[in-house]
Ligand binder design. Structure first.
Ligand SMILES: [Zn+2]
Length: 300
């Protein structure tokens, strides 16, 4: 091993691997933006003089580096191979993996993590062109990632890739979402239609004067108690804010009696229920209490 002339920034040692001695040579990548580096090139000589070459963690045939390579039978042959591996340019990959974790799902099988870098699954590993540090596939992936990051910053929709199994689940969910969206749209439209109808009826009711109402009650022979209720409903329709409602004296007394009766029958919830459901224009219990107090004071 000491006879091998190591190129600069190359390291060597002897390891025991699967109970056999192995001579190992390696060099590191250039420093990345986050000051980290990874093992870029590795050459191993096994006990039986076999040569294993790894570039970016991927096993490569020495023939790809040196097409005249046959086998290491002399030290000189190995030195030639080592020097050729040293000047071989390796693809630096697209981007640092841990700095772009949020875009992982968007590319799926298109890219793989290797030595802490995202690389295209078709990464060429060896770069033949002298002025490039990234292969054409990883360059394409870099553009895609940059475009994706820009879209994420602008909060635009991005295309997400799924495995076939997950794709089926996603499609089912997307169909269910589309159906719910349609139902929601129809329900919203119906609510608007009903609100418009209700406002129309309210307007028609507010246009009704007491005289017209009394005439109808007389013509239809409606009892006083029922007339009071209908008058209150018409009066409530004329007021936009329920807090601004004014109740007639008769109606207040009727409500006070109802509240009292429901209390005596140990079911105060019935008045409360009618009040909360807004079935009738009922005054709240506090208003009733204040009204009764005012009557008592006037009586004193
Ligand atoms: Zn590449």
């Amino acid at each position: 091993m000491s006879s091998v002339k190591l190129p600069s920034n190359w390291f060597s040692n002897i390891e025991i691997f699967k109970n056999e001695y192995m001579i190992c040579f390696h060099t590191l990548s250039n420093l990345r933006a986050d000051l980290t580096r990874y093992i870029e090139k590795q050459l191993f000589i096994s006990n039986d003089s076999n040569i294993i070459l790894l570039l970016n963690g991927k096993q490569i045939s020495p023939l790809e580096i040196d097409d005249t390579f046959k086998e290491i039978d002399t030290l000189n042959n190995f030195q030639i191979l080592l020097d050729k591996v040293n000047i071989t340019k390796c693809c630096q990959g697209a981007v640092i993996a841990n700095q772009n974790a949020n875009i992982r799902a968007s590319f799926g099988a298109q890219y793989v993590k290797s030595s802490g870098q995202w690389r295209h699954s078709n990464c060429l590993t060896i770069i033949k062109e002298s002025d490039n540090i990234v292969c054409s596939w990883c360059k394409r992936l870099t553009f895609s990632i940059q475009r994706k990051c820009t879209k994420l910053k602008k909060e635009e929709n991005t295309r997400v890739y799924f495995s076939p199994n997950k794709k089926k689940i996603v499609q089912t969910l997307q169909k269910a979402k589309a159906i719910i969206k349609k139902r929601h749209f129809r329900a919203s439209r119906k609510i608007i239609q009903l609100e418009n109808q209700l406002n129309k009826v309210k307007n028609e009711m507010s246009a009704f004067g007491d005289k017209e109402l009394n005439a109808i009650f007389e013509r239809l022979n409606i009892s006083n108690e029922q007339s009071e209720l209908i008058k209150e409903i018409f009066a409530a329709a004329k007021v936009k804010n329920p807090k601004n409602r004014r109740y007639s004296e008769n109606w207040m007394m009727l409500c006070a009696i109802s509240n009292k009766v429901s209390g005596e029958f140990k079911s105060p919830c019935s008045y409360k229920f009618l009040l909360e459901q807004k079935i009738l224009p009922l005054p709240c219990v506090n208003t009733l209490r204040n009204h009764l107090l005012a009557i008592k004071v006037r009586c004193v």
